[in-house]
Design a protein around this ligand. Structure first.
Ligand SMILES: [Fe+2]
Length: 241
């Protein structure tokens, strides 16, 4: 069922297009191609969210991120329309993360929303308490990155508890495209569980930009309204609405 033909402008809230800073794009040229393909797929704003593993000081990470961005901006020619770029980070959970003084600086630029990558183990109640402390200590709202990757390892009760916390939920475009049976992801979206969408793209091959095919799939499912809604939530998170 596809009821609309017009593409929807998208915001990609999770990507690793910045070059040479994590396991994402390796060169500015690769980054430029990722941006070009993303724009072709109707992405109008792309947030670069390199991994932060607490293996270096926050200040160093922020400097490296700025330098990586400048390398890309240097080779973007003005005759082409590029997506707008914003900065963020995908911060990996650690038990004492809430003690990191400069944590708010890792939020989506200019916001109090932090893209948080959870451990790929079974979560104990203590882990959820730590996530709550992040909000309590800094007034920062965690955005749980690609929740779909953790669902199998967790007890239903832990997921229910997380959903009742002051967090936002992000899923990857690949989940929309590959979830089988697809009713799982469709229900998650229809029930309003999904707040944020991102490509989590890393490169041109294997983990390339895929927001466009995701949109096609959602339009096929008659979920244009839901997609706009999620896009608008992203715009609000970034302070654009
Ligand atoms: Fe990621």
């Amino acid at each position: 069922m596809r009821t609309e033909s017009k593409p929807i402008h998208l915001i990609d809230m999770h990507s690793h297009f910045l070059p040479g800073i994590d396991d994402g794009c390796k060169t500015p040229e690769e980054s430029r191609e990722v941006l070009r393909l993303s724009r072709k797929q109707h992405v109008r704003l792309m947030v670069g969210t390199p991994h932060y593993y607490s293996d270096k000081p926050v200040a160093q990470f922020l400097t490296e991120r700025r330098v990586a961005l400048e390398k890309v901006l240097d080779i973007l020619t003005p005759d082409v329309r590029w997506p707008m770029i914003r900065l963020g980070a995908e911060v990996y959970y650690r038990p004492s993360l809430f003690r990191e003084d400069r944590l708010p600086e890792l939020c989506y630029e200019g916001t109090h929303f932090l893209l948080l990558e959870m451990p790929f183990s079974t979560w104990s109640p203590n882990i959820l308490r730590d996530v709550e402390r992040i909000s309590a200590v800094y007034g920062v709202t965690p955005v749980i990155a690609h929740i779909e990757r953790y669902l199998k390892q967790q007890d239903r009760s832990i997921i229910d508890e997380l959903m009742n916390m002051d967090v936002l939920i992000q899923i990857n475009a690949a989940y929309v495209l590959n979830c089988y049976p697809s009713f799982r992801v469709r229900h998650m979206i229809r029930d309003g569980i999904v707040n944020i969408l991102g490509s989590d793209c890393h490169n041109l091959e294997g983990r390339g930009p895929n927001m466009g095919p995701m949109m096609e799939k959602m339009l096929e499912w008659g979920m244009g309204e839901e997609l706009r809604d999620i896009r608008d939530q992203s715009a609000r998170v970034l302070g654009l609405m």
